[in-house]
Design a protein around this ligand. Structure first.
Ligand code: NAP
Length: 270
């Protein structure tokens, strides 16, 4: 099981551009975040690279994830795009390299880009590899190509309003860790009365309860904020111990409410 491979709280970097974005990343690092989540399509690989340099942290002290864009999955573009990411990040390897979105077979054969992902790891461009936005069927297919345990995570939308029980249960059976993107439902959880009551009991914010719940479910979380206090509040989630009653109440909030569902999406399981 890959539970210890990925730091359980990471920082989402979508939208953290320029000097303001850099300041947010540096605030997070100052608080203790050691896992930054970027992607070729976010334009924030440059911010992550600058944050690493400015922070003075050693390369091995920061866990960096990036994602190969679905427009770079063809064999002719895949490896050059990974090399370009490393150049922009100004590092020799990423800790985790993901396929951002699967694409239709007629655009790029599945086996081609899954093998290229394995090849990127073999070449030392990534310590670990994984996928994002993959349904169960494709997770199983990737495992038959690369072998059991090679794919360490599937990064998907998960929050109290979209708990994805089918993928969650599959991941548990398969020994695969899920990374919850949009773990605060874009901030919507902050206004939830059920979460608020549990938050009061534990003396933390409503957002921290959402994150604590997801981590208790076994997921990695990558919330995003540019605000120092919220970054601290979210970081505090790791100290919260929810009881069975809390967990049951939060499980009851699931309403299969998906917020990210572009046309290119695969057929979701949940
Ligand atoms: N793999 C994929 O396809 C995919 C798709 C989407 C996202 N992601 C990743 O997931 C990361 C997180 O997603 P996200 O940023 O869209 O959603 P999110 O983390 O669920 O929510 C972020 C929003 O919540 C607010 N917020 C943060 N902490 C808060 C708190 N303690 N209380 C109240 N509001 C709070 C933020 O506002 P302030 O900044 O004002 O605090 C921001 O508007 C992204 O940055 C990206 O790295 C991946």
């Amino acid at each position: 099981m890959s539970a210890s491979i990925i730091p359980p709280i990471g920082l989402g970097t979508y939208g953290r551009l320029g000097d303001e974005g850099l300041a947010a990343l540096l605030s997070a690092i100052e608080i203790g975040y050691r896992h930054l989540d970027t992607a070729q399509s976010y334009g924030t690989e440059i911010t992550v690279g600058r944050a690493l340099k400015t922070s003075g942290l050693g390369r091995d002290e920061l866990f960096v994830t990036t994602k190969v864009a679905d427009t770079n999955l063809a064999l002719s573009s895949f490896m050059p795009s990974v090399e370009k990411s490393l150049e922009i990040l100004d590092i020799d390897y990423v800790d985790l390299l993901l396929i951002h979105w699967p694409t239709r077979e007629e655009i790029v054969p599945f086996e081609d880009y899954i093998k290229a992902l394995g090849e990127a790891k073999a070449r030392g461009f990534a310590r670990y590899i994984g996928v994002s936005n993959f349904p169960i069927m494709l997770l199983e297919h990737a495992e038959t190509i690369l072998g059991k345990g090679e794919i360490v995570t599937n990064q998907i939308e998960i929050h109290p309003y979209l708990q994805s029980p089918r993928v969650r249960d599959y991941a548990r059976r398969a020994g695969l860790q899920l990374t919850a993107y949009m773990p605060l439902a874009k901030g919507a959880v902050a206004n939830d009365t059920v979460l608020a009551a549990i938050a009061e009991k534990h003396g933390v914010t409503t957002a921290a309860i959402s994150l604590a719940f997801l981590m208790e479910e076994g997921h990695v979380v990558i919330p995003s904020s540019a605000n120092m206090q919220r970054l601290k509040d979210n970081w505090a989630a790791s100290t919260v111990r929810l009881d069975a009653e809390d967990m049951e109440a939060i499980r009851g909030l699931d309403r299969a409410n998906r917020m990210i569902n572009p046309e290119k999406s695969p057929t979701w399981d949940d």
